[in-house]
Design a protein around this ligand. Structure first.
Ligand code: PLP
Length: 359
């Protein structure tokens, strides 16, 4: 007996069949301010160095499985050895490997909404049960709520995100310290925007502390196309992750790209500084418009039109060839939109289009 026409002959996992994928539309527009990338390319000298490196790759051989040089260079950035660094194809693959290793069937991960959607999504994909705690009305993490979730669900993994995406809020050091001290399982602090923040949970790491901090090359390093991210944590934990990740998961060219990028740290820091300045200008301009704006410690700003539906404003911007992130239907973010900081010219086009959409 064959399936009715149009029905696929095999079915995915029942839970996957019910899932929605991760949606961030890649539309063809003039101004793209929707995925928090850097608006500027990496330094030309980096691109030239990488081009020279392409010729040196032994393409017929598997790459260094442990990515030791890359991990050594990343470790130097944070004052730790390579054995405390785990690198993968974007910090999303880092998070996936953490979930495969410390989550999975019969285990639980806690997230505090609204936050980065992929923490919950990747948890579910790996069979991990997701429990959700709430933030306060101004999107702050609340110690009592974290304690409640810890006591009720005993999560194997607790996800924090600082600065939090999509709200931009930087978590209070004392609160993160409290979570790290009291959570029943592993604490993951996602610092994809860490270089924009005044403090880092990296200072809380210790060999006897079940804490990892994740970072990415996608945002501050202007290397979203390279797909490279990492975590810093205890060596014993990194060793467990290495059992789980696929062999040779980091290709040779990517390892070189990551290594070479780290030669341009001052250039990266200058880009971060100019984005922070641009953030001040954008927030000030938004404050003059008919929108609510939240303070941001990252390279994006969350806002909500007061008089017009977020969806309609988002569509009006797309019609003006400006793409931002539509969070209007996300839980806890009714009517909200998120704009990534671009170049001053891009941000001006966004502000003009927004002004028009609001009037
Ligand atoms: C952008 C982002 C990431 C980055 O993922 P990559 O896979 O490294 O590109 C991770 N976490 C958060 C919170 C982000 O916003």
């Amino acid at each position: 007996m064959s399936a009715p026409a149009g029905t696929p002959p095999v079915s995915p996992r029942a839970d996957v069949a019910l899932m929605e994928g991760y949606h961030s539309p890649q539309l063809d527009v003039a101004v793209r301010l929707n995925t928090n990338e850097s608006p500027v390319a990496p330094p030309a000298a980096f691109v030239a160095a990488l081009q020279a490196e392409v010729a040196k790759v032994e393409w017929h051989r598997y790459p260094d499985r442990r990515a030791w040089q890359l991990r050594t260079r990343i470790g130097e950035l944070h004052g730790v050895g390579p054995e405390q660094v785990f690198a993968a194809n974007g910090s999303n693959e880092v998070l996936q490997t953490v979930c495969l290793t410390y989550g999975g069937a019969g285990r639980t991960a806690a997230v505090f909404e609204p936050t980065y959607a992929l923490h919950g999504h990747i948890s579910r994909l790996t069979g991990t049960t997701v429990v959700t705690g709430d933030r306060t009305d101004d999107f702050a993490l609340d110690a009592a709520e974290v304690d409640r979730v810890s006591a009720d669900a005993r999560p194997d993994i607790t996800f924090l995100c600082s600065p939090n995406n999509p709200t931009g809020l930087v978590e209070e050091p004392d609160l993160v310290r409290h979570v790290v001290a009291t959570a029943p399982g592993l604490v993951v602090v996602d610092e994809a925007y860490g270089q924009f923040a005044p403090w880092s949970a990296l200072e809380l790491l210790g060999d006897d502390v079940p804490l990892v901090v994740t970072r990415t090359f996608s945002k501050t390093w202007s290397m979203a196309a390279a797909r490279l991210g990492y975590l810093v944590g205890p060596a014993w934990l990194v060793a467990e992750l290495e059992k789980v990740v696929l062999p040779y998961h980091l290709d040779a060219l990517k390892q070189a790209a990551g290594r070479l990028a780290l030669d341009y740290r001052p250039e990266m820091e200058a880009r971060v500084a100019s984005l922070v300045e641009e953030r001040g200008r954008l927030v000030a301009a938004l404050t003059d418009l008919d929108v609510d704006v939240w303070p941001s410690g990252a390279n994006f700003v969350l806002f909500r039109p007061r008089q017009r539906a977020g969806n309609d404003v988002w569509q009006a911007l797309v019609d003006s060839s400006v793409l931002i992130r539509n969070c209007a239907s996300w839980p806890g973010l009714e009517g909200c939109l998120r704009v990534t900081l671009g170049t001053p010219a891009e941000d001006d086009r966004f502000l003009e289009a927004l002004q028009e959409a609001l009037s």
